[in-house]
Write a protein that binds this ligand. Structure first.
Ligand code: C2O
Ligand code: CU
Length: 521
């Protein structure tokens, strides 16, 4: 057979995986030739000496204050702009940041209370802002053609060069946009980031990402670790040019997407947590809440504590993308694909004072195998927290009640990443689910693809017709689909009729057209 698999071969393979033959196929030597190697991307090496690890303190992004509040809403204003940041010792890096910072400021919302954010941009390119995990009506969802920017951005120069960018005429650029979030959703770790048609990869890479936390009564009643003991951790790999600037292999000429050799994904060699390289966090011998977010363009992570405390099970998962699990779930390590969030508790009193506990990435090597270090100090302020056996009640979507089953095949063609054989085209919907009805959506892949749905979360019901994986529990909005897998999820869209997106959250795949629309009605 030829070296390059045809679409039919990949489809056949994916179909086989979806039917539960994945195990048998994965064992066959055929797969080794058909599929790219395990790393979902290509390493871009920094052109400067990497800084020593564990030298800087973990920064925590500031919480943004509303400019005003009324009876039922809080109003915020954010401007995206260029700024100089000291990310690496001895170097200046230009970031494109919300309020000029990377990560952007953290927004905190109360469930059920409207949050209204006016975004402006002084960036050289327009931006669309998406609240990832938000249950948001279409007009505030950050559609990739609903742009914010200064006049004079030439959309045709930006997108004219790329096939499949038809429909760009519909783009609109406004000097500011008001994003209205009803926040009719449970407590969860959300994040906001750029979603510009064809340019999401380079723009998130330069810094356009921040946390948006939703809190509610149910969560508050658990008395989870908070204040200095609640740490949002935005983990992202980056590479740097010799002058300290972010290195991203743009195709040049203002064209969208990424240079061809990096089409599988851009991997960096510096691990940043909240924008700092391999930082250190000083912790008390007490319970901590870590809100883990994989904000990398393409890199998958397998996070573990090293050393493990005696008895293991140090990472106590209490929540996933869509909020609290029913009960805590103990892990020795956690796999996170891009855009996934895991809400995790760690009891550092299981370590003696003075222990240095590294958060490591078991899928990395050399510099990318290290992430963060916790230096365990004394007992600190009294720790009242007791881990409850039950956290929440999670409604189970019943697959037997599904009114439709739809299959989406994620695969590469000659030049693009496609869904059901099509590159993204604005205005063309691949599905029209009915609001309030459960459906089964199956995602079938050739390669690693973290599949993400806008509007509402879903529940994983099977992988290759077997049980869901150990990281699939709870409400998810992004699922880590492994090469040649078929993953089935139950999903029910609620409340908002309109046009929404599904896409691969490997940002290079997304920019190279692995995105589609569905309409809810
Ligand atoms: Cu995090 Cu459509 O994106
Ligand atoms: Cu992908």
């Amino acid at each position: 057979m030829s070296a390059r698999p045809t679409r039919r071969q990949l489809l056949g393979l994916g179909g086989a995986a979806a039917l539960g033959l994945g195990g048998a196929f994965a064992a066959s030597p055929l797969i080794g030739r058909l599929l790219p190697p395990g790393e979902p991307g290509k390493l871009l090496r920094s052109r400067l000496p990497l800084p020593a690890r564990h030298q800087v303190e973990l920064p925590i992004p500031a919480v943004l204050q509303p400019v005003r509040s009324d009876a039922d809403a809080d109003y915020y204003e954010i401007t995206a702009r260029r700024a100089t940041a000291r990310l690496l010792p001895g170097h200046d890096t230009e970031v494109w940041g919300y309020q000029g910072t990377f990560p952007g400021p953290t927004i905190e919302s109360r469930s059920g209370r409207r949050t209204v954010i006016t975004h402006r941009s002084d960036l050289p390119r327009p931006t669309a802002v998406h609240l990832h995990g938000g249950h948001t009506p279409q007009d505030s969802d950050g559609y990739p053609l609903d742009l914010v920017g200064t006049a004079g951005h030439d959309m045709h120069a930006m997108h004219g060069g790329m096939e499949g960018m038809a429909g760009m005429d519909a783009a609109s650029i406004l000097p500011q946009r008001e994003y209205r979030y009803p926040m009719k959703q449970r407590a969860a770790t959300l994040w906001y980031h750029d979603h510009t048609m064809g340019f999401t990869g380079p723009q998130v890479y330069r810094g356009l990402a921040g946390f948006h936390l939703v809190r509610d009564e149910e969560e508050a009643a658990l008395g989870l670790p908070h204040g200095a003991r609640e740490l949002p951790l935005m983990i992202a790999d980056r590479s740097f040019a010799a002058d300290g600037s972010f290195a991203y292999p743009e195709p040049g000429g203002g064209r969208p997407g990424v240079q061809e050799p990096y089409m599988n994904g851009v991997l960096g060699d510096v691990m940043l947590v909240n924008g700092a390289p391999w930082p250190v966090a000083r912790v008390d011998r007490a319970w901590y809440r870590l809100r883990l977010l994989n904000a990398a363009n393409a890199r998958r992570l397998r996070l573990a504590l090293d050393p493990q405390p005696p008895g293991g099970g140090a990472l106590v998962q209490i929540g996933s993308d869509g909020g609290l699990l029913e009960r805590p779930l103990r892990h020795d390590s956690i796999d996170l694909a891009p855009a996934e969030r895991f809400d995790v508790l760690v009891d550092f009193s299981r370590y003696p004072a003075g222990t240095r506990v590294r958060l490591v990435n078991r899928l990395g090597s050399g510099p990318t195998a290290e992430v963060l270090r916790f230096d365990v100090g004394g007992d600190g302020a009294a720790d009242e927290f007791r881990l409850p056996e039950r956290l929440s009640t999670v409604e189970r979507l019943d697959p037997a009640k599904a009114v439709a089953t739809r299959t989406f095949v994620f695969q590469k063609d000659d030049r693009h990443w496609t869904i059901n054989g099509e590159g993204y085209r604005p205005g063309r919907a691949l599905a029209a689910p009915k609001l309030g009805r459960t459906e089964i959506w199956r995602f079938v892949t050739d390669f690693h693809h973290p599949v993400h749905l806008h509007l509402d979360p879903f529940q994983v019901i099977s992988r290759n017709n077997g049980d869901p994986g150990r990281y699939d529990t709870g409400w998810k909005d992004t699922v880590d689909v492994l090469p040649a897998q078929g993953v089935e999820v139950a999903v029910r869209f609620n409340d908002y009729a309109g046009r929404f997106l599904m896409h691969c959250h490997n940002l290079e795949h997304e920019d190279m057209a692995m995105m589609a629309e569905f309409t809810t009605e």
